[in-house]
Design a protein. Sequence first.
Length: 194
Amino acid sequence: MQKKLEMGIQSGRWKGRKIPAPKSVKGHSHFTPGILKKGVFSILDSEHLNENLDKEKAVFIDLFSGSGQMGIEAVSQGFSKACLMEIDRNRFNSILETIKSFSVTEFIFCNKDAFRYYFPKEILEFSELVYFLDLPYSFWNTKEKEIRDLIEEIFNIPDKKIWIFIQSPKKIEISRFFEKNFGNHYLYFITPRN
């Protein structure tokens, strides 16, 4: 019998707890590696320590959730809420089952297309928005214009402090963003001060 692939929560109140890896869609599966996840939250911790980010007033929005691991990590590390968006019905149901085992209410669930529904009404109350985009890697070959349009639309959300993190399988040219390389993965990010 094949061992079930799991990922660990790295820090916070649920440190060490395991969650199942995302189900593959059309034979394709990838997830955010631990080193990149650590990089994202290290940047956010620095923002929090420098009083540029107030986690209690912030929502972490994972637009292509897969397993939900990034949103779970965010709540574990002190974010007041996480919005988990996933269009694939099987992955979405898996996220619901995973979160049910936590017995908490800090999550917003959206079985929607992130390209059309990147600002759900449930996050209106939050003044600080942290977006994480880990798109299916094939999208970088077929939907790069739509990805760039989505990022620009997020930038233009009025009256909010916005952080954007993008995981990519390749080096991309994207103005205003910082770049960090984690092996075969790239992380691009921008903070409200940039």
